[in-house]
Ligand binder design. Sequence first.
Ligand code: PLP
Ligand code: COI
Length: 353
Amino acid sequence: MLDIKVTKTANPKAKPEGPLGFGKVFTDHMFLMDYTEGIGWHDARIEPFHDLTLSPACMTFHYGQTMFEGMKAYRGADGECWLFRPDMNAKRTNNTNRRLCIPQLPEEDFVQAVRALVSLERDWIPTAPGTSLYVRPFIIAADPFLGVRPSETYIFCVILSPSGAYYASGLEPVGIWIEDDYVRAVRGGMGFAKTGGNYACSLAAQVKAHDGGYSQVLWLDGVERRYIEEVGAMNIFFKIDGTVVTPMLNGSILPGITRDSTLTLCRAWGIPTEERRISVDELIEAQRAGKLEEVFGTGTAAVISPVGKLRYKDEVFTIGDGSIGPLSQKLYDTVTGIQLGSLPDPCGWRVRV
Ligand code: PLP
Ligand code: COI
């Protein structure tokens, strides 16, 4: 158990009014904990939200030894506050850390830190439909040193951001650009890890997609540029001729928690599911044959995000009639219902704050 020292702000901010957007507003406090080689994690504390002061030689700036997580806290109609499967974020943190040579963080300490901060900031959890308190835990290498090696000191920090929908369009179907030039990750690399470099690497293609009028990029595999991987901030699902298909976890895509929850729900509903390699050619063939029924992305920030349009090599494919499909809608309603405490939680995914 962490012994968390709490220093409260003397100047609480006014809560935002009106549309929140995503990731723009931050709450009054943050969680911090330091790591020093030979000592371990120490000095767990909650402090007023403030800027970090770091040496310009801080290793994280130069070589990107860093990780982050993304989760949400929800407030139901009855006022109860919930987290969704925080143990999964804690486990994924350590999988990322292993790949990045960042020290392991005990899972129970990760969850305790998030719960303590969210509990203190519970009045910041927005309640308008589609809103929640986005939780961003992250670790940075802290040594002031210009050589390339794992840092000997780290900072673990958690910040909170009351947020609305990740896409400005909300639950409206998004347009996705299938990228056939840039790649995001290769097997043996760090695609499965939640680390800044994967997102830095995605920006050039994302700008290209945005300039073309698309919300996000759908990545193909880094070797053949043939097999579908995932979207910029979501895993991807296809409903083809009654079967729900999603790329298998192959080391180069992020093992999404919403992906896992979606597969569990589909299986419980008796829908056939397949985790396997799926090529862009197979997808287009299914579309041309009228068998591609629905496409949707899954992610903490994006929840269940219907895809209305796919672009590949100058061809544009409209999925169904371009509106949200019945399975995407049912998944969205069920996942958010469990998260908000308004539906039963047979798998025990909700954790009370
Ligand atoms: N893939 C990428 C690249 C992501 O950034 C995210 C978001 O976290 C996901 C998939 C979805 O993961 P999760 O459902 O755990 O949020
Ligand atoms: C999340 O869904 O939590 C993410 O981390 C996506 C993020 C890149 C905005």
